[in-house]
Ligand binder design. Structure first.
Ligand code: GLN
Length: 540
């Protein structure tokens, strides 16, 4: 039978519960255990797919096409667990299935209540992860902050879980804040005491506390937290700010968090092995000497979380190239204004990410034109590929009004458009081309040089496609369609013959990049940016 770890958060949001959960997964995997995860999100939306990135951050897409919380990205990057639609559950989904069952008459005339019907459904969802993953340990992260009204049913289900399964099969970990007060030069434990107090009112006594802090926790502080929160002193774990999130598993391991968890579960397993993680991921980040800057030209740039997986994939590519890469976010709307394009001159590469809607499009197109004309390395992702197609049509083919029908449904040159099957769909939620699809790669192309194979699988999240009616004329003028989804003959990868590194893809490679296994597209993009750096230096 699987063991269960519940992770809750206290005091404030954004304490890094996702990274904590992922890091715990990592240190348990390092002991030879199989782990899986479940993220509960207490909002009413069925999934984050219809939410604005400013509300929610990135929507992370799984192999099976679920649109999920970005924490699932951390889980996949830190461990070998593969996430799917069972690994992210929202209040909306829970209520939706209970209400649907009620309408069918499944409850035989009973009054449907939060306890037991909603909490039972929540517990079922946890068991489903255990059943489908066959993992030894399931890490359940409860979104929100303890004290929120919305997360109460999830906490109640977590409380019942230990009652159902027994003490030694369930662990409660609470992530909390120990703030440093500058004027008195002191760390304060009161917010943690209150937060644990709130958790106890619900009936949960945490077994382990992960204390986020700017300054090291002194022995005295640990003793105080232990006493007031009723947690063993060894189980008061210090999580101080780190240079890279990938250090967190090492910090936990140094405080024998894995041992504390395993002895509670009464599991005996092999010694920890984090040497690759330390040697091939963390040390290279901390010691990289070279530094380059690339531009990330998007429209949700003021919130880093909107492009979470992209920033991470760039860090991974930096590791592979022994380089610190600064991905400078540039608001594409600003590029559309006179003279602002100059800022791109300082960049060694340009990346245009995915997105929806017309705002900011013209600026992205300008950035792509700049990359194409100045032979600057360019990587386009999803909407970034669609914009590269529009730019080429307008500037190289002379179709001045070329556009995607997403932005101008009546355009004379619909180079990007909807497939017949998509145009019939009216609902917005969960109706895009989602999840993993195969892509066949043309030999002798840049894509083939990058992937070194002819069949790849990548994840998708989009509605619009390259319009195949234009394929010949694009090819004639030097665009190469180097990746195709064979079943429907859809364009997946484009590149330019007369350019050292210009490649754009209809899918989202960022979702499959890991720190110890950087995605080849990002790795080669950064490599090209580095050689462009040399070229620039020689020119000077
Ligand atoms: N808006 C575009 C589409 O729906 C691109 C989507 C994306 O970049 N994820 O096809």
């Amino acid at each position: 039978m699987a063991k269960f770890i519940f992770i809750t958060g206290g005091v404030i949001s954004s304490l890094g519960k996702g990274i904590t959960s992922a890091s715990i997964g990592r240190i348990l995997e390092a002991r030879g255990l199989k782990v899986s995860f479940l993220k509960f999100d207490p909002y009413i939306n069925v999934d984050p797919g219809t939410m604005n990135p400013y509300q929610h951050g990135e929507v992370y897409v799984t192999e099976d096409g679920a649109e999920t919380d970005l924490d699932l990205g951390h889980y996949e990057r830190f461990t070998s667990a593969l996430m799917s639609k069972v690994n992210n559950v929202t209040s909306g989904q829970v209520y939706f299935s209970v209400i649907s069952r009620e309408r069918k008459g499944d409850y035989l005339g009973k009054t449907i209540q939060v306890i037991p019907h909603i909490t039972d459904e929540i517990k079922e969802r946890i068991k489903k992860v255990a059943d489908t993953s066959e993992a030894d340990v399931i890490i359940v992260e409860i979104g929100g902050t303890v004290g929120d009204i919305e997360s109460l049913p999830f906490l109640e289900a977590a409380r019942q879980f230990r009652l159902d399964l027994g003490y030694e099969n369930v662990i409660y970990i609470h992530v909390t804040l120990v703030p440093y007060i500058k004027t008195s030069d002191e760390l304060k434990t009161k917010p943690t005491q209150h937060s644990v107090g709130t958790l106890r009112e619900i009936g949960i006594q945490p077994d382990i506390l992960i204390c986020r802090t700017e300054k090291p926790l002194t022995n005295e502080i640990k003793e105080k937290i232990s006493l007031f929160c009723n947690v063993q002193k060894e189980a008061v774990i210090e999580a101080s700010d780190v240079e890279t999130i990938y250090q967190v598993p090492l910090i936990f391991k140094n405080q024998i968090l894995d041992e504390i968890i395993l002895s509670h579960f009464k599991i005996i397993c092999r010694a920890s092995n984090l040497s690759i993680w330390e040697g091939k991921v963390v040390n290279p980040i901390l010691s990289s000497k070279k530094k380059i800057r690339i531009a990330l030209v998007g429209k949700y740039v003021s919130l880093r979380d909107s492009y979470k997986s992209i920033y991470e994939a760039i860090i991974h590519a930096g590791i592979a190239n022994d380089t610190e890469v600064e991905a400078k976010p540039i608001d594409s709307e600003l590029l559309d204004k006179k003279d602002n394009i100059k800022i791109l001159k300082e960049m060694r590469g340009i990346l245009v990410p995915g997105g929806f809607g017309y705002r900011g499009i013209e600026g992205k197109i300008k950035a792509i034109k700049f990359a194409r004309e100045n032979k600057l390395p360019f990587l386009g992702l999803c909407l970034g590929m669609q914009c590269a197609v529009i730019e080429f049509a307008r500037d190289v083919l002379g179709f001045k009004e070329a556009n995607s029908t997403e932005f101008n449904p009546k355009t004379r040159y619909p180079v990007i458009c909807l497939l017949e099957e998509q145009s019939k769909i009216k609902e917005l939620g969960g109706t895009m081309r989602l999840g993993s699809y195969p892509c066949r790669i043309k030999k002798n192309s840049l894509a083939f040089k990058i992937y070194r194979r002819s069949l790849i699988y990548e994840r998708h999240r989009h509605r619009y496609e390259f319009n195949n009616n234009y394929r010949k004329i694009f090819e004639k003028k030097g665009m190469v369609f180097s990746g195709i989804y064979p079943k429907k003959n859809l364009v997946e990868i484009i590149e330019l013959k007369e350019h050292p590194f210009f490649i754009a893809v209809q899918f989202h490679p960022e979702f499959k990049s890991k720190p110890d296994r950087p995605h080849p597209l990002f790795r080669e993009f950064i490599k090209a940016a580095l050689s462009d750096n040399l070229r620039q230096d020689n020119r000077r």
